[in-house]
Write a protein that binds this ligand. Sequence first.
Ligand code: SF4
Length: 899
Amino acid sequence: MDGSTLPETRSTCPYCGVGCGVLLRPDGQGGLSVRGDPDHPANFGRLCSKGSALAETTGLQGRLLTPQIADKPSDWDSALSKVADTFSQTIADHGPDSVALYVSGQLLTEDYYVANKLTKGFWGTANIDTNSRLCMASTVAGHRRAFGSDTIPGTYEDLEQADLIVLVGSNLAWCHPVLYQRIMAARKTRGTKLVVIDPRRTASCDGADMHLALRAGSDVALFNHLLATLEQQDCLDADYLSNVDGVQDTLAAAQATDASATGLDEATLAEFCTLWAKTDKVVTVFSQGVNQSSNGTDKVNAILNCHLATGRVGKPGCGPFSVTGQPNAMGGREVGGLANMLACHLDLENETHRTAVSGFWNSPGVPDRPGLKAVDMFRAVNDGRIKAIWIIHTNPAVTLPDADMVRAALAGCDFTVVSDITAATDTARLADVVLPATAWAEKDGTVTNSDRTISRQRAIIPAPGQARPDWAILAEVGHRMGWPSAFDYTSPAEIFREHAALSEIAGTFGRNFDISGLQDLSDQDYADLAPTRWPISIKRSGGRFYADGQFNHPNGNARMLPVHHSQPDPIPLGQTRLPPGTSLRLNTGRIRDQWHTMTRSARSPRLSAHLAEPYVDINPSDAKALGLQPADLVKLSNPQGQAILRARITTDVQPGNIFAPIHWTGETAPTARINALVKPVVDPVSGQPDSKASQVTAQRLQAAWYGFAVSNQAMQLGPSYDTIQQSDRTCAYWAQARTKTGYRAELAGLTEINDWETYARALFELPDAELQQLTDKRRGLTRLALHQNGEVQAALFVAPEPVAVMRDYLVGLPGTAAPQILTGVTPADQPDPGPILCSCFGIGMNTISDAIATKGLMTVEQIGAALSAGTNCGSCQPEIAALITTVRDKKTEKEELCS
Ligand code: SF4
């Protein structure tokens, strides 16, 4: 059937916690078309660059199609028996705490529910944790301390009803772009003020009224100062505070705080505090910059304190608002996917709750103590306490702090199982058994987004090969381990109904998470389920919590927590402190167009075009001290590990601070696994690692040569599993990315290569292709291209310095005649578009800069009208705005010089 005649199916974007609705239509050839769902309450038709490119990520390239045992294709019966028998035997021999499950916010709620039931209900261990521990565990702990429940009080509508939005540690413009667009739209219509609190200048600052570039790690000092000021200005809500405990101690702690710890001047502090105090409708949005900290829970409570003290909670346009990084981090919280939680927000430590849940599951019992949280779990793998681990849809060999230790731990583990869509991940390569799981467009179930809206994810493409849904794999293992009736599920609808029924029990214990009104959904009702925000069985104003001053602590009150500013010490006990003056504070985070460890987003050429190489942002003063020039390669080191990254010299980061993205892996840039340098220091309350405060030293990499390559095939760049310590190999650094015509790669080596033709033929696997070569011995330049049938197959440009060629032009040449390719520059009649800014329309920075300079375009809207840039998903609009400012400032400077 022609794809255009097929109906569209409603589903959900599988990337971030915004949870945008999508309309999917099969194209009749195994692919999809994707557009935003105009009726979904998260996005009303909008999609960001990642959501817009979803269709490019569904192909079979790299997919795992059969189970594998010991790297060899196998069959389901053998693989499932191997997993079930090994876990049973390990529990029998070493006890239940010798096994673990490490899961992911990529799981659907039904998958998560079965994983949690299997572990806590039947294996007899609470050793199940999720990569959400790395994302928002501090928020969970902060909510529970303040409200008595892990409940987000507000909704997305509050962002549109607020008069002031404060973003704390959140680059919303890149990490939750559709929410950022909703805020920008509200700014236009009602003049909402926007304040960004972040030590780093990010794309989110481009649309803000104020950027408070506070000293890294000083959030508690800032919000304590705000609270003290609110009290001084008589802004506290006495009525609301009658339902809040801990007020006086908290105010005393706030008053004792020295605001100078923030590094902000008094005028800036006063302006911010006055704006907050004088605005009734304030939403404070916070994210990983708050959570990923050794005192992340205190930071969360410092924010919640200000909202509780002023009664700005759960009312229209008011409230603290944590946004989750993953599509179903909230669903994981609901089913109790964290090692210290029980299902449906019940408490593992509470015997009555445990008895109720094990009775409902008809299980032998539920463990009475929390399991190991993520960082401790992999320590236990490393020291042999955990002997069998099953990892589902996540890549801890890259994403956990101390990633080299995690990699070594998994390599030495007695039995590692990985379920994923591909076997080409750093973690799957270490597994004894790899199980092929279905990917997002093949999966059926539900996800919950950051404002508690449950949405259906619907299977629209048939599962390829032998891939199976995660719930079915987990249930089959439960079956084979001896609990057939507990895991006799035949559909995700059945699991959903069971979860909803369990939430009724949770409701009787006063838990907010109550979806019991959905427990009798028929299969058809479940298939048709529209986006539904919980609570669904209690009428609350606009779906918000806590405006009425009724909380979930046993006495019904909320709690303000006295919290104190403490400069976190990121160096664990027993480790060597780095010499003073030589260390930089490493901040890690996401970029606009990639997702986690790129297993999906790196398949998209247009997403890869935005930032094609790993990098480190470094302040000009530090770069000068280190003798760094733009585009140099930098080697970062600390006792934990090492990394090599491209230097971007920018005032976006403060002196002494650097920023590097988290996405690159052994598959895409083996020396850029940044978590190899992140110390395994965790928040003592939440167990969340501090991913933003490791100390590192930096030095220029003294490469003997630098290379840039394009090819219509993936290049043979060396073992993905290589380490920097082994980097005396030919190519010490490489980073490979997809392009529309194939691949591009950046390379560098520490030793001279005499025979570039042999090197290139091996790199491109083109032993017989026709060679075109240019060599400039005096300048140390070599350029060669390999042709077949009159078309360029691949080209390599080598220089003793970082290679200066027009990359965005060259990546389009494989597959064309391009006789002049070795010039490395566009023909005179063809302008260089420059690095891609607008992924949707492939519009480069040079094209936009030219339009600004020559056509006098001064707004994002004018650029959109002239070039279409920024008019589809809008994710690049903050960068276009920043470019307009830069070009305009340069023009003014030039005019002043000339006058
Ligand atoms: S904001 Fe972007 S990545 Fe997040 S759910 Fe929406 S479309 Fe997907």
